[in-house]
Design a binder for this molecule. Structure first.
Ligand code: ZN
Length: 596
């Protein structure tokens, strides 16, 4: 048994104080470490850098500790139990880290619980203590099993091993709490942050989504309880999946107000996020790549399958909203069109397949820089389109008898229920085996190649029309018909969100050809002062083929460039439900978008 105690001991300094007691430390000297990354978020984060101080002792005397690498310590050999005491600085308000201030505390185990090398399979007990000057309104929300703690109380919790211990994030504070039952499983939603949303409606809609996903994979659900840990910020977005909970960050304005009846774009995004993380309860938390069956928490864990785990999940997250009629078919197609638009706007899709994007997630997708649009493709966005294309192809090739739904249920039976990891290319082989369709050419192109997917033809098989047009403004995300037929001239850049600064310069676009570079601060266009608000308006005065003079600061040097504007590319997608279609096409569309 490994015993931990965690105290939010200095809210002002954002310090958790933690102890870890090892009953039977390694005879040759116990090694302990913090993980370098958190499962679900594929980037090396070096959580040990936030350990401020660390010491070790037995019941009677101090024990020498030596730091042996960036994340690990070795304690001198001792007789009897060994205790490590350490403080962790926690001021990262994200779903991946730990955060502590006067309003609340939040932590993932990867940020605070030392891994006892050689003792990873031992059961763990955690005493979660209240802050020293205890505020009686603080409660605890976690999917960890209580081992003496009252419901939502401070006190003892337990986990079967270290892997489980770090898979139950913990929130402490004065959160709003709501409970519901979906498919017979008790669920909770704990909301941290200032909000006056229509929580009854959120609860109702989450009940619908959760029940749908349980039905999709087949009852009973694999978890006995489930917790949504939601943090509301003025602006924010994020989610991380766990075996019986998820940590979510959402923008305040995305939650529905009391009395608001429609599904706003923001609320649709929020429901999609919840749906996404909940789907992961099956797909990636239990159906796992073989490479993730036993995580190496010290280094990158490589797989070419993230497109299948994140892409397929990104496909079903929004599909669940239309299948449960929380949104209509037009609204769903707008989301798909926006995803197609995002993929089309990144020329990097010609250089990287989704299999490569998966493998290099650690250094490319998770570490995007100014060249990212030119160099990489998102295994989320394109991965979800691969899933869409695969689903529609299977429905077409089997005359509606089989679909991606059948593949997912087979994955659940063969890998989720059994706990057998999915080998590389395993999803592809299973898709062929389950449906009898020869998919080798499809996967060679869609997963391992860089050609665009044949989406127009596949969407036509379910009576959906695909059109491409030019973007009408920088904020045009696609999904809606053009407001005006006017051809727009483009610089081929993406602007910084708040300054007249070039965030990305698209390869071979007008700005790139003229010599402009990412980071350039634009000060004037044809002699007129440029601001973030004025640049787009200024460009509306020019036509395709016009040349303009741009003054920019690169570093601290003023430079001048002549840029000849090009026609905006047809990279903005609009999808429409076709009215005049055959009955078989209409039926196939109904089977696709209707309830699974
Ligand atoms: Zn995900």
């Amino acid at each position: 048994m490994i015993r931990y105690r965690i105290v939010p001991h200095d809210l002002g300094a954002h310090l958790f104080s933690i102890s870890c007691t090892i009953e039977h430390p390694a005879a040759s000297g116990q090694i302990v470490s913090l993980p370098a990354w958190i499962p679900g978020s594929y980037m090396i984060r070096e959580f040990a850098k936030h350990i401020v101080s660390l010491r070790a002792h037995t019941a009677t005397h101090a024990v020498a500790v030596e730091k042996i690498d960036k994340s690990s310590w070795r304690c001198a050999a001792v007789h009897g139990a060994l205790t490590l005491e350490y403080t962790v600085y926690a001021y990262d308000l994200s779903v991946r880290g730990a955060h502590l201030d006067t309003t609340h505390g939040f932590f993932n185990g990867t940020s605070v619980f030392l891994r006892v090398h050689g003792g990873e399979q031992l059961p763990c007990e955690v005493d979660i203590a209240p802050p020293p000057r205890s505020d009686r309104t603080w409660q605890v929300a976690t999917a960890m099993t209580p081992a003496g703690a009252a419901t939502h109380g401070f006190g003892l919790y337990r986990a079967q091993n270290y892997d489980e211990l770090i898979d139950h994030p913990v929130e402490m504070g004065s959160f709003a709490l709501t409970q519901f039952t979906a498919a017979g499983v008790p669920h909770e939603l704990a909301i941290t942050g200032n909000q006056r949303a229509d929580i009854a409606r959120v609860t109702r809609d989450l009940t619908t989504i959760c029940a749908h996903h349980v039905r999709f994979f087949g009852a009973p659900a694999p978890m006995s309880r489930y917790l949504f840990l939601l943090t509301i910020l003025g602006e924010g977005y994020g989610g991380l999946e766990h075996r019986a909970s998820s940590a979510l960050i959402a923008s305040r304005e995305n939650l529905p107000r009391v009395g608001q009846a429609e599904v706003s774009d923001g609320y649709r995004e929020f429901l999609g996020l919840c749906s996404h993380e909940y789907f992961h309860t099956w797909h990636v938390k239990r159906i796992k790549p073989a490479a993730f069956m036993s995580y190496d928490l010290t280094r990158e864990n490589y797989t070419r399958q993230l497109w299948a785990f994140e892409g397929i999940t990104s496909y079903y997250d929004d599909l669940a909203l239309v299948r449960t009629q929380l949104i209509g078919a037009e609204s769903y197609l707008e989301l798909v069109a926006q995803t197609i638009t995002r993929v089309l706007r990144a020329p990097g899709r010609a250089h990287q397949s989704v299999a490569e994007s998966s493998f290099d997630a650690w250094t490319k997708f998770y570490r995007q820089d100014e060249n990212a649009p030119n160099a990489i493709v998102s295994y989320y966005a394109k991965g979800s389109l691969v899933a869409l294309a695969l689903d529609l192809l299977l429905r077409q090739e089997t005359a509606g008898a089989k679909s991606l739904d059948d593949v997912m249920r087979a994955l659940w039976r063969e890998h989720g229920v059994t706990g057998v990891g999915v080998p590389e290319s395993g999803v592809e082989r299973l898709a062929q085996a389950v449906t009898g369709v020869d998919l080798s050419a499809f996967f060679a192109q869609a997963v391992y190649g860089t050609d665009d997917l044949p989406l127009a033809a596949l969407l036509a098989t379910v009576g959906v029309g695909l059109q491409l047009r030019a973007a009408e403004s920088d904020s045009d995300k696609g999904g809606k018909p053009a407001a005006s037929p006017r051809a727009r001239a483009t610089l081929g850049v993406r602007w910084h969100s708040s300054e007249a600064r070039l965030a990305h310069v698209i390869n071979d676009g007008p700005a790139c050809v003229a010599g402009l570079a990412a980071g350039d601060q634009v000060v004037a266009i044809d002699g007129l002062k440029a601001t973030r608000a004025s640049v787009e308006k200024a460009l509306e005065n020019y036509a395709v083929g016009d040349t303009l003079v741009m003054h920019v600061f690169r570093r601290d040097e003023l430079m001048q460039f002549s840029v000849t504007l090009a026609a905006a590319p047809l990279d903005t997608c609009v999808l429409t439900l076709l009215g005049d279609v055959e009955d078989t096409v209409r039926a196939r569309r109904q089977a696709w978008l209707g309830s699974a």
